[in-house]
Design a protein around this ligand. Structure first.
Ligand SMILES: NC(=O)c1ccc[n+]([C@@H]2O[C@H](COP(=O)([O-])OP(=O)(O)OC[C@H]3O[C@@H](n4cnc5c(N)ncnc54)[C@H](OP(=O)(O)O)[C@@H]3O)[C@@H](O)[C@H]2O)c1
Length: 318
């Protein structure tokens, strides 16, 4: 079975460079996807409280460990503190909910899902009455970070990091933290290459996880008729040359940029395909061609929903 290379994080923990994404993997399907992935060598799973499927993931992990299919130490489980859990007390509560849902004693990597807090309460998505945007909270994400640091000290989390933060927000966390962020998870694919942000993180010793590495094929953020990078002529040509699929080329490209990559699938064939990316290499020339197809196109453009949030991350250059 393929042994996936790892990157060593600031925390000293080792993170497998490929994992299975689980956003939009429906309850009733996600467990089966996880079983297929585990049986085919995946050990890293990207989860989040807001994906509403962690109970089923926890069930499968518990069974896999009990059956001796994997040891807990071989697994690398990421989860994320949702926007309605940003105050210090709520963040700590969020950690406990995640541990309970995933049926784990510790999480390998816990991220703040977004710098933007939403009104705290029962609703994960507290839409305004006219449905135009969220009710915000102006809780400072540094308070959330303190909650995460405490979870590390309590042994509930091994490494902590950020998601959807811009470079200035990351710097602010670095400047005010006891434990430095180990990982940044952001949208990143051949049409949105994020070169400046990746360079910034690498300089700071922060590893970068590429989410939506295939260009995230479904609504709500992707609009009908928008370009599909899996049909890009440059990617198709490279795929043909290596006798690989366009998705495998996109994933391989991320890996060769030194990134961690978390493609989502619930389809057996595609789960296997996305993991079969270690037997070929893109040449220097092919990597240069891939660099040339960047469109600086962010699919997760949250401006309509969150654009006037105090901590909206996408107004700054990167
Ligand atoms: N931190 C954040 O805010 C954030 C935001 C977005 C995503 N994420 C994480 O990143 C993961 C991946 O991102 P994503 O789910 O947005 O998109 P993605 O992985 O880029 O694309 C997933 C889509 O591509 C399809 N697909 C998978 N493998 C394929 C292949 N080999 N060929 C053709 N199509 C393929 C999937 O359908 P099938 O399932 O039918 O195969 C699904 O529709 C998420 O699941 C989540 O864990 C994090």
């Amino acid at each position: 079975m393929t042994v996936v290379p790892t990157l060593t994080l600031k925390s000293g923990e080792k993170m497998p460079i490929i994992g299975l994404g689980t956003w939009q993997s429906k309850p009733g399907e996600v467990g089966q996807a996880l079983k297929i992935a585990l049986n085919n060598g995946y050990r890293h799973f990207d989860c989040a409280h807001v994906y509403m499927n962690q109970d089923e993931i926890g069930q499968v992990l518990e069974e896999a460990i009990a059956q001796g299919l994997v040891n807990r130490e071989e697994l690398f489980i990421t989860s994320k503190i949702w926007n309605t859990f940003h105050s210090y007390e709520k963040a700590k509560e969020g950690v406990d909910i995640i541990l309970q849902q995933l049926k784990l004693k510790y999480i390998d990597l816990l991220l703040i899902h977004s710098p933007m807090g939403y009104q705290e309460g029962e609703e994960m998505f507290p839409w305004t009455e006219d449905g135009s945007r969220m009710h915000f909270s102006d809780v400072d994400y540094l308070d959330t970070w303190k909650g995460l640091e405490e979870a590390v000290q309590a042994g509930k989390v091994k490494s902590i990091g950020l998601s959807n933060f811009n470079s200035q927000q990351i710097q602010r966390v670095i400047d005010h933290s006891h434990i430095q962020p180990a990982v940044l998870q952001v949208e990143l694919h051949p049409y949105f290459q994020q070169t400046k942000l990746v360079n910034f993180c690498k300089e700071k010793g922060i590893e970068v996880t590429a989410y939506s590495p295939l260009g995230s094929m479904t609504a709500p953020f992707r609009k009908e008729g928008q370009a599909n990078l899996l049909e890009d002529p440059v990617i198709l040509e490279i795929a043909k040359h290596h006798n690989k699929s366009p998705a495998q080329v996109a994933i391989r490209w991320s890996i060769q940029r030194g990134l961690i990559v978390i493609p989502k699938s619930t389809n057996e064939h595609r789960i296997k395909e996305n993991f079969d990316v270690f037997g070929f290499e893109l040449s220097k020339d092919e990597m240069a061609k891939m660099a040339g197809i960047d469109r600086n196109w962010r699919i997760f453009d949250l401006a309509a929903r969150n654009g006037d949030h105090k901590y909206f991350p996408y107004n700054d250059e990167f």
